[in-house]
Ligand binder design. Sequence first.
Ligand SMILES: [Zn+2]
Length: 219
Amino acid sequence: MNRIRADKNRTGRGLKVGKASAETIAPDNANGRAKVEDAVRVIIRHVGEDPDRDGLKRTPARVASAYEFLTSGYSKDPKEAINDALFVEQDYQEMILCKDLDFYSLCEHHLLPFMGKAHVAYLPNRKIVGISKLARLVEIYARRLQVQERLTTQIAQTLMSEIDPLGVAVVLEAEHLCMRMRGVEKQNSYVTTSAMLGAFRTHTETRQEFMQLLRNGKP
Ligand SMILES: [Zn+2]
């Protein structure tokens, strides 16, 4: 296996860091952090609690830290993560499937968690990517404010553009706390989303093989 050097131009096409789009807003500085803590205090007061009582005193700081972590994907470039571990592999041309990647994300409508499993597959075209990078990619996109549909598509499209494979398939199964704890309160609902690109979209056989591996792929 020969390591492929990260192509600067390709990486350059990636996230436009610092540009104010929903995907790339940079976390604010220390000043911003103080404002977040103040905002949490406002919420605590609004629900009828005293933010200065012992149990709640450090809560605003904890919440600010928690949100920094839960949205840490904004400060990471998913394309760079992939480009770090691309390898040339002429001989392997079969499907690669990584099943049951745990993920935790935040729904952008309620800022409540949704979590579940991601299944990521691709059909290589001379290039393969380090397996752990698939997990990393899911993680970077999940640690943002998301809707499950977009999360699914972003993972698939990034793999498609960076590995240039014959096809990519991504399936996400998740439970949404905004559905379970509030609103319709459907306790046992799961949401499944999928993105099929390239051969997975155009070739029924490839898609079927993927679905078969999804069902029976465990050793
Ligand atoms: Zn929601």
